[in-house]
Design a protein around this ligand. Structure first.
Ligand code: ADP
Ligand code: RBF
Ligand code: MG
Length: 423
């Protein structure tokens, strides 16, 4: 039994804000021109492995991994990438669930610190570009949540060294022997190592691909996203915004057992703060939905919808769908459950958006325009040991959707009256 935590320390990049993809892209575009013999895939892979460290240290590791010594020095590579990475003028999105988590902890007066490998100057730049995509369109000041802020240039050694966490604890007034009662949120293996070396309790929300989850085994718990955190397991205040569907029983999944310790009686869902409308032509997917599972999914192309779906954690959602052009136009509003993510059971390399409309159609409706209103989050994507278990789980998701809507448990549909009326 671990002691209850009473304060929280956050990593920034990849944990609270989504800078990782932007950095990786810059690294790839720079390295690609320097060394033609390495593939983009290799560069992305190496860039991922170097995440979580201070910039120069990351650059040193990258040069080693890709054997760049003959073409560039780490410091020079860093400068080149820095030139590509002008933080001002771009939108850095929040990680899904970050603001919800910070808001709860602030409301419950839990002391919070930021422990970032970013320098104070970089942090200032990043903060100017963060929160612009918030739902009200206003700039959101993430720093206001923290009682202490520690930057990479304030310590002699960066993560995976524990120094920055020691500093954060000191600034929060936490004694060294109480380190185990500090909960750290990290997204990289280097960050997890640092937190554990400091003696803290550490939750990992991996920003690396699933194949690399093994690298997080030092963490006390691994979650798929910040949406799934069960704070009460660490003695912290519990989220109160989940709604239980008391007609659908909860059963722990078989394939993802190590990830979380959830024990509940009922299935549940989380209404989204802002519903999300996804519209596009129905495209051809992997052709497995109806054939293999008996569950057809009308896939939407992720590419034009990327900015929108980045606001959501990969996972299973429900809401409504309508077909707004083509033969099936004006067939009405249909309830839908969907997966937005990488379908771990099939180990897809690319994200897909797969809404299953909860009614029968006589014919396919490929190329027709589908508009989906995403209203609620149900769960993270899981892996399963058998295809039967996957099917059973998807059918259960459909029951969660049906019951939640039958029982009128989803608030806020009125403000989308225009969407429902326009069929
Ligand atoms: P694909 O891999 O190409 O998406 P699926 O087996 O998932 O193939 O079948 C999806 C297609 O089936 C959809 O594009 C749509 O045209 C059709 N379809 C028929 N009924 C439904 C339904 N209830 N929900 C979603 N799609 C359906
Ligand atoms: N695939 C997974 O690998 N894991 C899941 O947890 C999962 N959940 C799903 C939930 C719903 C509601 C739907 C419609 C699909 C889900 N799938 C999941 C996706 C399924 O694998 C996908 O529809 C097929 O791969 C067809 O392309
Ligand atoms: Mg499909």
């Amino acid at each position: 039994m671990r002691d209850d935590c009473y304060c929280v320390i956050f990593d920034l990049d990849g944990t609270l804000i989504n800078t990782e993809a932007i950095v990786d892209e810059a690294v790839v575009s720079v390295v690609k021109t320097m060394k033609k013999s390495v593939s983009e895939r290799e560069i992305f892979d190496a860039a991922e492995d170097c995440r979580g460290q201070r910039p120069l240290e990351a650059s040193v590791e990258l040069c080693e991994k890709l054997d760049l010594h003959d073409v560039v020095k780490p410091a020079e590579l860093l400068t080149k990438c820095g030139e590509k990475l002008q933080w001002d003028g771009i939108d850095i999105p929040d990680m899904p669930g970050a603001v919800r988590l910070l808001e709860l902890l602030k409301r419950k007066k839990v002391p919070m610190a930021l422990a970032t490998s970013t320098s104070a100057k970089e942090l200032e730049k990043k903060m100017k570009s963060t929160g612009r995509t918030s739902d009200d369109g206003n700039h959101r000041d993430l720093l206001k949540y923290f009682d202490a802020i520690c930057c990479g240039d304030e310590v002699a050694k960066g993560k995976p060294d524990p120094e920055i966490f020691h500093l954060a604890m000191e600034r929060l007034g936490v004694k060294r022997e109480d380190a185990g009662r500090c909960l750290v949120f990290e997204d990289t293996p280097h960050g997890v190592s640092a937190a554990k070396a400091a003696g803290c309790c550490c939750v990992a929300v991996p920003s690396l691909r699933r194949e690399k989850f093994e690298m997080y085994k030092g963490a006390d718990r691994v979650y798929h996203s910040l949406m799934d955190i069960e704070l009460e397991d660490f003695g912290l205040p519990k989220f109160e915004d989940w709604k239980e569907v008391k007609t659908v029983e909860f059963v722990k999944e078989d394939g993802d057992a190590s990830l979380s310790s959830q024990t509940r009686k009922y299935e549940r869902f989380l209404k989204l703060d802002a519903f999300l409308e996804l519209t596009g032509p129905v495209i051809r997917g992997f052709g497995r939905g109806s054939k293999m599972l008996g569950i057809p999914t009308a896939n939407l192309d992720v590419v034009p919808l990327k900015q929108q779906i980045d606001k959501l954690a990969p996972g299973i959602y429900f809401g409504f769908a309508k077909i707004s052009s083509g033969k099936h136009k004006s067939t009405g509003i249909h309830r839908t459950v969907m997966s937005i993510g990488y379908n771990p059971f099939f180990n897809d390399k690319r994200k897909s958006i797969e809404p299953w409309l909860l009614r029968e159609f006589e014919e396919d409706f490929y190329d027709e325009t589908l508009s989906v209103l995403v209203c609620a989050y149900v769960r993270a994507e899981c892996n399963f040991t058998t295809v039967e278990n996957l099917i059973e789980r998807i059918r259960k998701d459909a029951r969660v959707c049906e019951e939640a809507l039958d029982l009128d448990l989803v608030e806020g549909l009125d403000s989308w009256k225009h969407w429902f009326d326009d069929v």
